[in-house]
Design a protein around this ligand. Structure first.
Ligand SMILES: NC(=O)c1ccc[n+]([C@@H]2O[C@H](COP(=O)([O-])OP(=O)(O)OC[C@H]3O[C@@H](n4cnc5c(N)ncnc54)[C@H](OP(=O)(O)O)[C@@H]3O)[C@@H](O)[C@H]2O)c1
Length: 301
């Protein structure tokens, strides 16, 4: 069990989920660029741009955490492709500084990474498969993984897939929220049929990351759901579960969208290690959706 935890990216989707799921009794220090939301709970909130190297060192040394969960990143694939310097500064250089600080102070580091580090030509990726990024976002995340693995010990690289859920602290990069907003307005939704993912709900992901922060598990781990689905099928199941018309959903071909960075096709993740090492159970999409619906606010639906 950890006493003092530092979490980055708390103004975002995954970081917000971690804040929400942190058990009482853990002294939580949440790092974000924006003001704390009213529902931010008992966390000590630190407003900081992580590119401020002096600010990061000062915060780290003041808090002196037992573990860090590093969830901050620029996760917008097309933004990274168009803004490479910014993407590298946030996704790699910030990770390097946190890894250096953790190594220096003997602090455990859990790094949130992505299925997108793989090229998607094969699918069913395991932890030991070598990253083969095909867009700049993925290149920066793979570089972040190498930096963290360079610590040698006391680290976890947790690769995850499409994260399902509503932003529990108000904002962030939520696929489910984008889909529900469109379906609620009765709009037709085009989704790729050729992109296969292993969706995980944000509650399970947050609980797994928290468990990893306090466990002895080392190295790479895939935090992914038990279902491997293409996005079209995924959204049909979401619509069915939430009572929207499946007729609004159609398969499209996103390669024709100008300016869209390449996406890997099949980046399904094998989650066997997570199922064997963690107490937190990995779920299928339906059970994951039911879990996040319990935490949804009326404004989400
Ligand atoms: N969501 C998914 O489906 C998914 C799938 C696979 C992997 N991941 C990984 O999960 C992690 C979290 O992603 P997310 O979905 O939660 O994305 P998100 O909602 O965009 O959250 C990322 C957070 O990082 C913060 N951040 C960015 N640059 C920063 C800086 N310079 N200083 C301080 N904070 C900064 C952002 O702050 P602002 O709010 O101020 O911009 C944002 O709150 C990422 O590492 C991503 O690669 C996510």
């Amino acid at each position: 069990m950890i006493n003092r935890l530092l979490v980055t990216g708390c103004g975002g989707f995954v970081g917000g989920g971690i804040v929400h799921e942190t058990p009482r009794g853990v002294e939580l220090h949440a790092v974000a660029r924006k003001e704390p939301p009213e529902c931010g709970g008992a966390a000590a909130w630190h407003m900081l741009d992580l590119r401020d190297r002096d600010g990061v060192r000062e915060l780290f040394e003041t808090v002196s955490p037992d573990a860090v969960i590093h969830a901050a990143a620029i996760a917008d694939i097309d933004f990274c492709e168009a803004n490479k310097e910014t993407a590298w500064a946030v996704n790699v250089s910030v990770t390097q500084q946190l890894a250096d600080l953790c190594r220096e102070h003997g602090t455990r580091l859990v790094y949130v990474s992505t299925d997108n580090v793989f090229d998607g030509k094969r699918g069913a990726y395991r932890e030991e498969d070598a990253p083969t990024p095909i867009n700049y976002y993925a290149e920066t995340k793979a570089a972040g993984e190498r930096v963290v693995a360079g610590m040698g010990r006391n680290y976890v690289v947790a690769r995850t897939s499409v994260v399902m859920g509503f932003p529990m602290l108000g904002s962030g990069n939520s696929f489910l929220m984008r889909m529900v907003s469109l379906l609620r307005e009765g709009k037709r939704v085009g989704v790729p049929e050729n992109e296969i993912r292993s969706p995980i709900d944000v509650v399970t992901l947050a609980r797994s990351l928290l468990e990893l922060a306090g466990s002895r598990c080392e190295g790479y781990i895939h935090l992914a759901g038990n279902d491997w689905l293409n996005r079209y099928e995924m959204v049909r199941r979401i619509a069915r579960e939430l009572g929207f018309s499946e007729g609004l959903i159609y398969p499209n071909n996103p390669e024709t969208i100008p300016g869209r960075a390449p996406r890997p096709l099949d980046v399904s993740l094998c989650n066997q290690k997570a199922r064997e090492c963690l107490r937190t159970p990995m779920k299928n999409l339906q059970d994951g959706l039911r879990l996040v619906l319990k935490t949804a606010r009326p404004s989400h639906l």
